[in-house]
Design a protein around this ligand. Structure first.
Ligand code: BG6
Ligand code: MG
Length: 217
């Protein structure tokens, strides 16, 4: 029998980078005279960089030319990377490392399935790259979540049937992507928001080893 494969989203599941995205998007919005709130930042979870900027411009009722659009995306990412640069293993969300260590100790197969183009840098900064046998990020997909491409690619790389994949996600789009891929979805966050998930935890910290064990073959 094929073993379970564990696929993790990155931002909001393993690391709390939403606060860094918020700082960078807020400064960008300010430069365009757009009011950008924390609530709106929530709506950008799991959303690609391009789509995020499109949404901010739409909220502010602003149109800009392609050149400015590209310039702003670059600016935003440079500011975001300024925060990422300072990350260490301490920036992993509580409860993440014990689960990763447990899975590794038990020879489980792990993949990363993230929309971020900065995923590899963040894995490096937090020193967890070696836990993953496959990494699928924003550079390797053409369709953003809720399209299942990112998770299907991970399953393919691991040679794992989709019904043996378990996905950990904090965004609605990510849960939908996992469900569409025919995978078991575990939501990390608010149960009212992530209600489409097969199972929900308020935070990673609440995931206990016996639960992880129950997912293994
Ligand atoms: C997702 C985040 O994981 O990655 C989004 O939840 C972010 O907020 C997206 O916009 C793209 O990230 P990056 O690092 O490529 O700008
Ligand atoms: Mg996420």
């Amino acid at each position: 029998m094929k073993k379970t494969c564990f696929i993790f989203d990155l931002d909001g599941v393993l690391v709390d980078t939403a606060k860094f995205h918020f700082i960078a998007w807020q400064n960008l919005a300010k430069s365009l005279d757009i009011n950008f709130t924390e609530k709106q930042n929530e709506e950008l979870k799991g959303v690609s960089r391009i789509k995020s900027l499109e949404k901010i411009l739409a909220w502010g009722n602003k149109t800009i030319n392609e050149e400015t659009f590209q310039y702003l995306m670059k600016q935003k990412n440079e500011e975001y990377l300024g925060c990422v640069k300072k990350m260490t293993q301490e920036d992993l969300l509580p409860g993440v490392l014990p689960v990763l260590n447990y899975l590794r100790k038990n020879n489980q197969t792990l993949a990363l399935g993230s929309a971020s183009k900065n995923a590899k840098t963040i894995l490096q900064k937090t020193a967890i790259t070696s836990y993953f046998q496959a990494i699928v990020d924003g550079n390797s997909v053409t369709k953003a979540k809720p399209d299942p491409e990112v998770f299907l690619k991970a399953a393919q790389l691991l040679n794992c049937p989709t019904n043996k994949c378990v996905v950990f996600e904090d965004s609605v789009a990510g849960i939908q992507a996992a469900n569409t891929a025919g995978m078991y979805s575990i939501g990390i966050g608010n149960d009212k928001i992530l209600k489409e998930a097969n199972f929900i935890f308020p935070s990673f910290h609440q995931i206990k080893i016996p639960f992880i064990q129950s997912l293994m073959d």
